[in-house]
Ligand binder design. Structure first.
Ligand code: ZN
Length: 320
C-alpha cells in the first residue's frame, strides 16, 4: 500500500504540429496562444503555450469517461452529460438550494459527485457563495524558450466551382463555396506541471471532515488514471487534422506519504529533475522517507510508474 498525501508531475513534453490552444480568429486567420515568460537569467521570451484550463478540461473529460457507467464513481445529473457548470446545472441540486442549506451541507452535497469533488465548483445560486477547491491543479504548458516554434499554414476548402465568395448571402453565412484560411501549427518542447492534493479527495474543507459514503481510494485511482490518459491523448482543439505528434515525455513524479508538499520545479529550468531530488533529500532529513521522487525518461516509463502507484494507492486520511 502506498499512502499519497500530495503528488506532483513535472514533465518536458515534445509535441509536433499541434494547435491544441488558440486565442481565436481574425477573419480567416486563426491565432495561436502566445505568452511571455522569464527564464532563470531574467530574460523575457514570447512563446506559444497551452492554458491550464485547456489541460484541465482534457483531464476532466478523461475522468468523466472513466466515471460514466461506474457505480463506484457517481456523477450528478449535470456531470452525467459533462455540463461545464457541473452540479450548479443539476435540477435536483437547484431544488436542494431552495431549502437554504448551510455551506457545510452544500459542500457535502458537491462531494457526492466525483467530478464536483475532484475538479471543484463555485456555487453562487440562492445567495450562496460556496467554493469547492479543485483537488487537481494544472499550470500552463509553456513552450521552452528557443525550443518552440509557431508557423502559419495556408489551407483551402476546395469547391469545384472555385467561387471564392458565394454571391448568395445565405450561402456565405452557411459556409458554402470555396474558403481559404490560415491555421497555426506549433512544434516544440513544453514545460508541464500538475499537482494532486490526494488527502483532500472527499474532504469538506469547511468543517474539516470527510463526507460519508465516498469511495476515496477509487476516486484517487480514477484521477491518477485520467492523468496518464491526459499525457497519452491530449484531446484539445483541432485534433481532427492536427492531432499532436507526441515525440517524447521526460520528467519526474514526486509524492509524499504524509503532510508535506511534493516537490515541483518547472521544466523551464533545465535541471528540474535534479533539483526536485535535492529538495526531496533536504525535506527527508526533516521527515524520514516521507518524500519520493521518481524520474522518467519516456511516456512509457511515466505510464508504468503511474500504473504501479495506482495499483497500491491509498489517499492520505487526516485524523479527525
Ligand atoms: Zn457533478
Amino acid at each position: 500500500m502506498t499512502v499519497i498525501y500530495n503528488l506532483s508531475i513535472a514533465a518536458n513534453a515534445t509535441l509536433n504540429m499541434h494547435s491544441l490552444n488558440n486565442e481565436g480568429g481574425e477573419g480567416n486567420q486563426i491565432q495561436t496562444r502566445i505568452v511571455t515568460v522569464v527564464d532563470s537569467n531574467g530574460r523575457l521570451h514570447s512563446v506559444n503555450a497551452i492554458s491550464g484550463d485547456m489541460l484541465k478540461h482534457i483531464q476532466a473529460e478523461h475522468l468523466y469517461y472513466l466515471a460514466k457507467g461506474d457505480d463506484a464513481l457517481p456523477l450528478c445529473k449535470a456531470c452525467a452529460i459533462f455540463d461545464a457548470n457541473r452540479m450548479s446545472a443539476d435540477p435536483d441540486f437547484q431544488q436542494f438550494l431552495k431549502g437554504k442549506p448551510t455551506p457545510v451541507q452544500v459542500v457535502d452535497r458537491l462531494l457526492t459527485c466525483t467530478l464536483d469533488d475532484i475538479e471543484g465548483n463555485l456555487v453562487t445560486q440562492g445567495n450562496q457563495s460556496v467554493p469547492r477547491k479543485s483537488v487537481v491543479e494544472f499550470g500552463w504548458a509553456i513552450g521552452i524558450p528557443e525550443r518552440v516554434s509557431t508557423e502559419q499554414y495556408f489551407h483551402v476548402k476546395y469547391d469545384p466551382d472555385r467561387r471564392e465568395i458565394p454571391t448568395e448571402k445565405a450561402e456565405r453565412s452557411g459556409n458554402l463555396g470555396q474558403a481559404i484560411f490560415h491555421r497555426p501549427a506549433n512544434s516544440g518542447q513544453y514545460a508541464i506541471i500538475v499537482s494532486v492534493e490526494a488527502a483532500r479527495v472527499g474532504f469538506n474543507d469547511i468543517n474539516q471532515r470527510y463526507a460519508e459514503g465516498v469511495d476515496r481510494e477509487k476516486r484517487l485511482k480514477a484521477l491518477l488514471q485520467s492523468l496518464i490518459y491526459t499525457f497519452v491523448q491530449p484531446a484539445g482543439a483541432m485534433r481532427n487534422t492536427q492531432n499532436p505528434h507526441i515525440v517524447d515525455v521526460k520528467g519526474a513524479i514526486s509524492y509524499t506519504t504524509a503532510p508535506a508538499p511534493a516537490p515541483l520545479i518547472s521544466p523551464l529550468n533545465g535541471a528540474f529533475v535534479d533539483e526536485m531530488q535535492q529538495v526531496a533529500a533536504a525535506m527527508n532529513a526533516l521527515h524520514q522517507d516521507r518524500i519520493h521522487v521518481l524520474p522518467f525518461q519516456s511516456l512509457a516509463e511515466f505510464a508504468q510508474i503511474m500504473q504501479t502507484l495506482i495499483a497500491d494507492a491509498q489517499p492520505y486520511t487526516f485524523t479527525q
